[in-house]
Design a protein around this ligand. Structure first.
Ligand code: ZN
Ligand code: ZN
Length: 115
């Protein structure tokens, strides 16, 4: 099983590197008994690098405001004129990466196999 966003990322060299790095850190963070001191910083760093790449290079991939998400609902009332706020772009990048996070569980190396 695969999904569209993972396939798109697999076609971009930078996405492949950054997404695998993020994915591996995410898998480590989800291991039973994992110590936040071991994974928190590398996971945050990997996520920031991936998000930054997504919002600067692949802004066209960012999804619409998601129904049922409180954060998106807050923005729904605003009319977006001109470029999207960086905070909102980062939040949409977080939605974009949902399928990536879904496959990054201990024992599931689907992401690293795909990329
Ligand atoms: Zn990319
Ligand atoms: Zn949202």
């Amino acid at each position: 099983m695969s999904c569209e966003i993972v396939e798109r990322m697999a076609a971009c060299g930078a996405c492949r590197t950054l997404a695998v790095d993020y994915g591996l850190n995410l898998i480590n963070s989800r291991r039973h008994g994992a110590n936040p001191r071991d994974w928190e910083l590398p996971l945050t760093t990997a996520r920031i690098e991936l998000d930054h790449h997504l919002i600067t290079v692949h802004a066209a991939w960012l999804p619409e405001r998601q129904p049922g998400c409180d954060v998106c609902e807050v923005w729904r009332g605003d009319h977006v004129i001109g470029p999207m706020d960086e905070a909102e772009a980062l939040h949409r990048a977080w939605h974009l990466c949902e399928p990536v996070r879904a496959v990054c569980t201990p024992g599931n190396h689907e992401l690293t196999r795909l990329m």
